[in-house]
Design a binder for this molecule. Structure first.
Ligand code: FES
Ligand code: FES
Length: 157
């Protein structure tokens, strides 16, 4: 059978990576299946849950609705690129301290949405936090611990 895969270069977490991928595959699929970056979670695949959120040129994007073949040289940041080396990002530390990750399924997407917020708005109000994570659903925490973790990280960044 002839492969329909095409070579594709993606810029992920500071590296240029060339992979063979089906041209109709989403960024979520290519990250997880071709690049082994399984931190980005596979949820609804319909743009409704936010579990697949990554940053593209610093802005939160739903990777289940994004086609890599259309991304050009855009820089993708996944949760694997959030900390630096062995050091956790302040958001990761605060999420752990505040119990803002329970089952953890929403957490990578939530962290990336929160990072985009803090990068642009270092001291967000609770309303700004609510808006920033409004596309990220969490079934476990009731959100309060997530708000508190983001506020705590804001004081440390
Ligand atoms: S998996 Fe992308 S929004 Fe749910
Ligand atoms: S911690 Fe379980 S969905 Fe958010």
């Amino acid at each position: 059978m002839t492969s329909t895969k095409e070579l594709l270069t993606l810029h992920v977490n500071g590296e240029a990576l060339t992979v063979a991928a089906e041209p109709h595959h989403t960024l979520l699929e290519v990250l997880r299946e071709e690049l082994g970056l399984t931190g980005t979670k596979h949820g609804c695949e319909l743009g409704e849950c936010g579990a697949c959120t990554v940053l593209v040129d610093g802005a939160p994007v739903l990777s289940c609705l994004t086609l890599p073949v259309l991304m050009g040289d855009a820089e993708v940041t996944t949760v694997e690129g959030l900390g630096s080396g062995e050091r956790l990002h302040p958001l990761q530390t605060a999420f752990a301290e505040e119990g803002a990750a329970q089952c953890g399924y929403c957490t990578p997407g939530m962290l990336m949405a929160a990072k985009a917020l803090l990068d642009g708005t270092p001291r967000p109000t609770r309303e700004q936090i609510a808006t920033a994570i409004s596309g990220n659903l969490c079934r476990c925490t009731g959100y309060t611990a997530i708000y508190e973790a983001i506020e705590k990280a804001a004081l440390r960044t």
